[in-house]
Design a protein around this ligand. Sequence first.
Ligand SMILES: Cc1cc2nc3c(=O)[nH]c(=O)nc-3n(C[C@H](O)[C@H](O)[C@H](O)COP(=O)(O)OP(=O)(O)OC[C@H]3O[C@@H](n4cnc5c(N)ncnc54)[C@H](O)[C@@H]3O)c2cc1C
Length: 472
Amino acid sequence: MTTSTSALAPAIATLRAEVAGRVLLPEDPEFAATTTGFQTYGPHRPDIAVVAATTADVRAAVRVAADHDLPVGVLNSGHGVPPRYTGGLLVVTRELAGVRVDPGRRAAWIEAGASWSAVIEAAGAHGLAPLSGSTPHVGAVGYTLGGGLGLLARRFGYAADHVRAIELVTADGTSRAVTAQSHPDLFWALRGGGGNFGVVTGMEIDLVPVATLYGGGLFYDTPLVAAALRAWRDWTATAREEITTSVALVPFPDVDGVPDALRGRHVLHVRIAAALDAAAGDEAIAPLRAVGPRLLDAVGELPYTDSATICSDPTEPMGYQTANLFLDELPDHALNAVLDRVGPDSPSPQVLEIRHLGGALRRPPAEPNCVSHRDAEFLLGLTRRTPPDATPEQAAALRAPHAEVRAALRPWSTGGGYVNFLDGDGADTERVRAAYTPANYRRLVDTKARWDPRNLFRHNRNIPPTSPTSPN
Ligand SMILES: Cc1cc2nc3c(=O)[nH]c(=O)nc-3n(C[C@H](O)[C@H](O)[C@H](O)COP(=O)(O)OP(=O)(O)OC[C@H]3O[C@@H](n4cnc5c(N)ncnc54)[C@H](O)[C@@H]3O)c2cc1C
């Protein structure tokens, strides 16, 4: 809900006096571009945007928002846009993007706006790597707050399992140094609980000694999709923990920029990342290559700094709607159910991704956090392109197959999804609740009620301070 301009005037005046960065209003020419990021469907329409230049700016923005009862949202890269909202104050963190590596302690201090690409580059200079994901353009802090399922996830676990300290501006505008010792409840909840407990201005994370990876992609043409999918599923049952893989069914457009071998084809892309040398890697993935000829086979040793080439995620802003589901198993029935609904020959072909989990992801870290569904074997995700100006009816029609896939997979699902892949209208309170175990969700609600009882931080994948349904 928007607040009238006259009611906002005192808040704007205080912000203009206190903020070193920029205070933008909807009538400012740069407002639309500043308040939008990678996701272009369902843009935010806040009343005020504060582009923070310092952590003091974040404190001022939160204090003013609290004083004037303006709900707070946070935007960095825009890769995880929450449900559409109107009104309130948006803290834009992009310009608060410092990265400091401490090679001796294998650690990095990352500011709120740092992207993984900046961290990868800074860590790579010391033969180290962060636990980054499929695209380096995602914000490192936002990704880690939602769990952080990375390229080497089966080897090292979630990024949220490797956080040492967090600097947080809480709902009273105070900056707090949060560690397991200082604030055990917040430290548990922040690592997996998203942006619900305040604005994170920086965090210290572990780096791992991985300079070189064995990785890349195998691409199978449409006639081999079903066989390659089944072979990959069978192979995961005995895959080494050092190897993390996923598969993506991708309808490539017939346009310049797409490799010739893939133009206009609906292919299965097997994405491989392993902390192994080339000989061990080649041996481990031999059963995948044995499926048949590949349109492209680009798997080998590469520096971690080139890890974006493994998944080759899109980099240009786009509109999309997503759905995701943790699965305990993927029998043939389940695979067929998915292919029938969203595969190459279905009425709604779209991008389908399945990530193999297990390994270190199953093991909670020494200092537990709220990341849930650790026993799941696979994570399935669907992405449907959606024009930025789609009407609600058009958007609903485009995402209709998501509900069908979810219903068809119910017998094999844990019932929940992954926080970081909840986007837009799919990030409603019920889906956010299901992303956690009932016990973890109850504890998150308690922590929220303690630190943000008014739900000031609600323009996010929200955990309200009182549970809307009583989790069983
Ligand atoms: C192409 C693509 C690839 C992806 N790959 C992966 C992957 O491999 N693994 C994975 O785990 N996830 C992945 N994601 C999901 C991504 O990690 C989440 O959407 C994450 O929330 C993005 O954070 P952001 O800051 O970049 O995005 P934004 O949209 O800017 O922020 C998303 C939300 O994060 C919260 N947030 C961000 N920064 C802060 C802060 N400083 N303080 C408090 N809250 C904050 C806010 O609630 C905000 O609404 C991918 C997403 C896309 C679109």
